[in-house]
Design a protein around this ligand. Structure first.
Ligand SMILES: [Zn+2]
Length: 347
């Protein structure tokens, strides 16, 4: 039987055989498959049109139905650039089987707002978080070095802080128990250096660091990761590999050394839950479990509805058997803040 990830692979291969508009449509449909909320096989069994699903028009529907009627053999060798991605349908099945696991989740630790390249305001992200009954979210807009994403400087970061403080006050006045954490996704140079004044970062509740440049290097990047982890201003390394589904493989490193260093420094590596990132991936999550490394979950949402991406990361932690006490987002706010304080003090 064809799973949604199997169909995604067939769509991606079809895109490689087609050209122009058609190729792009198949490529887009392949990416969309990771967000379809239900299994295509279930829809087909219920005689529902597949065009209910994002990215599927009548033409692609006919192609998928041909595959369903006569499933092509998907060779074991899915190319590395498309390997080890979970679909939302699959994630939801996993989470339904371990219902108690989702109850541990208290918040989301990566998202963007209109302050940088997100489409929602901080208040809209807060509303979306309250709908999910979260206890906290971290507002992590891009920092000034990432100009293409509208990164913010120290002045804007301070102004955003004032807005967040006001919103926190409003939320608690109205009896809500959501806390907006002041944070940033600080851009790191390939040498692991940040682009914000360390003083401005001390005013934040937590700091993510991530690489957005030189992501296609093919030589070993272990030193870059060790330098990033040793950067005294960050506590969480976001989307560590820098991979993107069907677009970029991500960096290569001696991950055992990287994870051992993260554990020694008590810092976290992130699962960026964005569907075409899913970074860390399952393979590295299993290694992280062996090293006892802390794991942080962030959707990298750029629109309020995208907070649902968290399910992909949560499912991955189940698959990798990450112990609950190693997942940063399972901590209540006071414990989370104590951890950050401890990491900052130990620099
Ligand atoms: Zn990023």
């Amino acid at each position: 039987m064809l799973s949604n990830t199997g169909i995604a692979e067939l769509l991606a291969r079809q895109a490689e055989r087609e050209a122009g508009v058609l190729s792009r449509a198949f490529r887009r449909a392949a990416r969309s498959a990771f967000l379809w909320p239900e299994n295509v096989t279930d829809l087909a069994a219920q005689n529902r049109p597949l065009t209910e699903l994002r990215g599927i028009g009548p033409f692609i529907e006919r192609q998928i139905r041909r595959w369903l009627d006569k499933p092509p053999r998907i060779r074991k060798s899915i190319p590395a650039i498309r390997q080890d991605f979970i679909s939302l349908a699959e994630a939801r099945q996993l989470l339904a089987m371990r219902h108690s696991w989702s109850k541990n989740l208290r918040g989301d630790l990566q998202m963007h707002t209109r302050w940088s390249d997100g489409s929602g305001t901080v208040a809209q992200m807060a509303d979306a978080a309250r709908e999910r009954s979260y206890e906290y979210i971290a507002i992590t807009d891009h920092s000034k070095g990432l100009k293409v994403a509208g990164g913010i400087d120290e002045h804007a970061l301070r102004k955003q802080g004032t807005e967040i403080a006001k919103l926190n006050a409003l939320i608690s006045q109205s009896g809500g128990n959501l806390t907006l954490l002041r944070s940033i996704e600080m851009n790191l140079s390939p040498r692991g250096e940040g682009d914000m004044s360390p003083k401005s970062l001390l005013g934040l509740d937590l700091v993510l660091g991530s690489f957005h440049s030189s992501l296609r290097r093919v030589e070993d990047q272990t030193d870059r990761y060790l330098a990033a982890l040793r950067n005294p201003n960050i506590q969480i390394l976001a989307h560590p590999r820098g991979r993107i589904y069907n677009y970029r493989l991500g960096l290569i490193a001696d991950w055992s050394r990287v994870l051992a260093e993260a554990t020694r420094l008590d810092k976290a590596l992130e699962i960026d839950c964005y569907p075409d990132r899913q970074d860390l991936n399952l393979h590295l999550l299993k290694l992280a479990r062996e090293h006892g490394t802390r794991i942080s979950l962030g959707t990298d949402a750029h629109h309020p509805w995208q907070l649902e991406f968290i399910e992909l990361g949560l499912a991955a932690t189940i698959q990798a058997k990450i112990p609950a006490e190693r997942i940063v987002n399972f901590m209540p706010v006071p414990e989370l803040k104590r951890w950050i304080q401890r990491v900052r003090r130990n620099q």
